[in-house]
Design a protein around this ligand. Structure first.
Ligand code: ATP
Length: 512
């Protein structure tokens, strides 16, 4: 039996009220995000985990439409990686790994966040995030030089592990606690983010294992297995989607920062010395992928790391403009031979590749692309949530809809007979039966057509197909387009082609 060490359900600090989960989700500030979070719950996208027990902090469940949207997102990532690249193959490694994995990866010794507490509010913060927020504020107020200097100084202090210096920097910059407004800070402490648990029945140290904090290590330890069995030659990549776990301390940011989340990672194995070329290559590919999902270019940007992780010689984040500012959604890292080299040392198994082109053995270098499925989901929600005024002047009203790319939308089309009689439901059912093998559909024949359109808008369905009396005469239906509310009459036989065109991989990834 496994027992997770944070399994202290009665412990107040991990159990929080719904109000805290949703209304105070973004660090006690609003940023206009409340409505998006409430919408996500109300319309079946995201619920707090174990809500009947008041929820578990920073853990969430995905409802019917959320699960569809997330699956579509993961599927599009997988297709773009594995299907569109001949030299990228997939893997599904276990969450539990030999404990030495995490020694080799550096997570046991240095997977820490620098934390600081405010003595008056008793709230805990990540020291680096406080400083980054201050830098963002300086930059917004036109002091870019000061912002750059602050981040540089922070990077220097963190590299030197000078935690007292980090605390002093916070005080010198008069960074006050957002709750108490005071500078009454504790010292900065390092906090390891890995969850540990026991495997087997004997409770001694040798049986201690970790829930993986990243999926990447499952790829590294399988590097030679995959290379040989999938007959890959360098350069090649291994892609994986899976759960990761981090005991995040500052975890009041809805699904932006969770304790259990999903990563979509790809490790690309290359010849040493070629890393900068491949790093640039994957940076551009990944940015285009985000754009292809319908994220406007101006809401995406690269942000070079000020402080490189222990494994990287170059690192950049792709950031999305959330309502609370530009934040990381994906990291692209040049990880050198750090991981394979360390695994080779600790396992005493060779992690080398024989390169026939140059007749040499070497430990490959690695470029990693690492995206969080949940964070991208949040990005899609923020980007797609639209509130507009619609209708003729006299009857104007607020209209809310989710503008998802059709390929991502949880439901592709709703089949809506205008009335529940005159043979219209039968035609609607037939359309549903014909198309259900190709697309996720909803059939609905109760209530007014207007109410049914609104319900589909709220979950982001791109097409509403109405069956009316004319359908009986000429086998045509109307398609209502979610974003424009425009309607067109088309033949029933053309429906499949119309929807397919919008959701086809080729249509989405032409640019990649
Ligand atoms: P941050 O600085 O925001 O903590 P990170 O730099 O530690 O993120 P990585 O280790 O590079 O993140 O992980 C890659 C991706 O995994 C991130 O870009 C993010 O999308 C996702 N991710 C990381 N931590 C979390 C989390 N706690 N909850 C949700 N997604 C996460």
């Amino acid at each position: 039996m496994f027992e997770i060490s944070v399994q202290t359900y009665a412990h107040k600090s991990i159990v929080i009220s719904l109000q805290e989960l949703f209304l105070e989700a973004m660090n006690e500030q609003d940023f206009g995000i409340k409505e998006i979070i409430s919408h996500a719950k109300e319309y079946g996208f995201v619920y707090p985990s174990s809500e009947i027990y008041d929820g578990l902090q920073a853990v969430y469940d995905y409802g019917p439409y959320g699960a569809e949207l997330k699956n579509n997102l993961k599927n599009l990532w997988w297709q773009a990686m594995v299907k569109l690249n001949e030299n990228v193959v997939g893997l599904d490694a276990a969450i539990f790994m030999h404990p030495l994995t995490w020694k080799a990866s550096g997570h046991v010794d240095s997977f820490n966040d620098p934390m600081i507490d405010n003595k008056d509010s008793k709230k805990r913060y990540r020291a680096d995030v406080l400083l980054e927020d201050k830098a963002a504020e300086l930059a917004t107020n036109g002091s870019q030089d000061k912002a750059d200097a602050l981040l540089k100084e922070m990077g220097k202090l963190l590299d030197a592990e000078n935690l007292e210096g980090v605390r002093q920097l916070i005080i010198d910059n008069e960074i006050a606690c957002p709750i108490s407004g005071t500078l009454n800070w504790t010292e900065v402490r390092q906090f390891n983010l890995m969850f540990s648990t026991q495997i087997g029945s004997v409770a001694d140290d040798a049986n201690n294992i970790y829930l993986r904090p990243e999926t990447a290590q499952g790829i590294f330890v399988n590097f030679l297995n995959v290379q040989k069995t999938a007959r890959q030659k360098i350069p090649f990549g291994i892609a994986q989607i899976g759960k990761a776990f981090r005991n995040e301390i500052v975890a009041r940011q809805f699904i932006f920062r969770m304790r259990e989340f999903e990563q979509m990672e790809m490790q690309f194995f290359i010849r040493p010395g070629e890393e900068m070329e491949w790093y640039e290559h994957w940076k551009q590919i990944r940015l285009k992928w985000h754009r292809a999902l319908g994220i406007p270019n101006e809401d995406l940007r690269f942000h070079d790391h000020d402080k490189l992780a222990h494994y990287a010689n170059a690192a950049v984040d792709i950031e999305f403009k959330f309502p609370f500012g530009f934040k990381e959604v994906e990291g692209i890292h040049s990880r050198t031979d750090f991981d394979l080299g360390n695994h080779q040392e600790l396992s005493r198994k060779k992690m080398q590749y024989f390169d026939p082109t140059i007749n040499k053995n070497y430990v490959p270098y690695v470029i990693e692309t690492s995206a969080g499925a949940d964070r991208l989901f949040f990005m899609l929600l923020c980007n797609g949530f639209k509130q507009v005024t619609a209708g003729a002047e006299a009857h104007q009203k607020q209209r809310t809809f989710l503008k998802f790319h059709p390929a991502l939308a949880p439901v592709k089309a709703a089949i809506l007979p205008l009335v529940k009689k005159d043979g219209l439901p039968e035609i609607g059912r037939k359309i549903f039966e014909d198309l259900k093998y190709d697309f996720n559909l909803i059939y609905e024949d109760a209530q007014s057509i207007g109410k049914r359109y609104t319900r589909q808008d709220l979950i982001g369905t791109p097409f509403c197909i109405a069956v009316d009396h004319q359908t009986k005469e000429d086998e045509t239906v109307t398609i209502r387009h979610r974003d424009t509310m425009e309607q067109e009459r088309v033949k029933i036989s053309a429906l499949k082609g119309i929807i397919e065109k919008e959701v086809s991989l080729k249509n989405i990834f032409r640019e990649l």
